[in-house]
Design a protein around this ligand. Sequence first.
Ligand SMILES: [Zn+2]
Length: 192
Amino acid sequence: MENLLIPSSIESMPRRQFLRSTALLTAAAWAPEVFAQQSGDYWSRPRALWLKRKETGEEVRTVYWADGQLVVDAYVQCCTLLRDVRAGSVVQMNPTLLDILCGVYGWFAQAGMERPIVVTSGYRTNATNNMTEGAARNSMHLVGRAADILVPDVPTDYLARLGMYLRGGGVGYYATKHFVHVDSGRLRTWAG
Ligand SMILES: [Zn+2]
């Protein structure tokens, strides 16, 4: 999966009006290479997230980071949403994972596409991971560092490219399952 910078994906954009290239260029001008360079002031502002859990429909829309630190109540809300739904287990999610999700959320919000990130999997217990088709035995989901996500009306390949552009960690592109795995582990990409 070479050459996956966002601008190269414009040709493959969907027909949706709001994804026209002007909006993308606006977003590109704003978007920091978040974890590589931390440019711009985006990351010095309060960090917002809007998450929705696919299985349960619950939503969290909150600011999880402000004044240089985690906002504890909001962080706990995010961790709860990202829990192992099957097992009912909540752990402390890796804050960098939240930053990756914030980068995704902010990218679309900045382009006038305010919408939740839909989470199909967050933290997983060993038991849940073992029951998950195709899951790695040492999955980053087991340590609260991964989420499988989709964004309404956004093609999965676009979302994968955005994840790679943000350079926050691992990105797995699951075309047929219609989600993208993001984690705060080392930089790597794969297609599932
Ligand atoms: Zn995953």
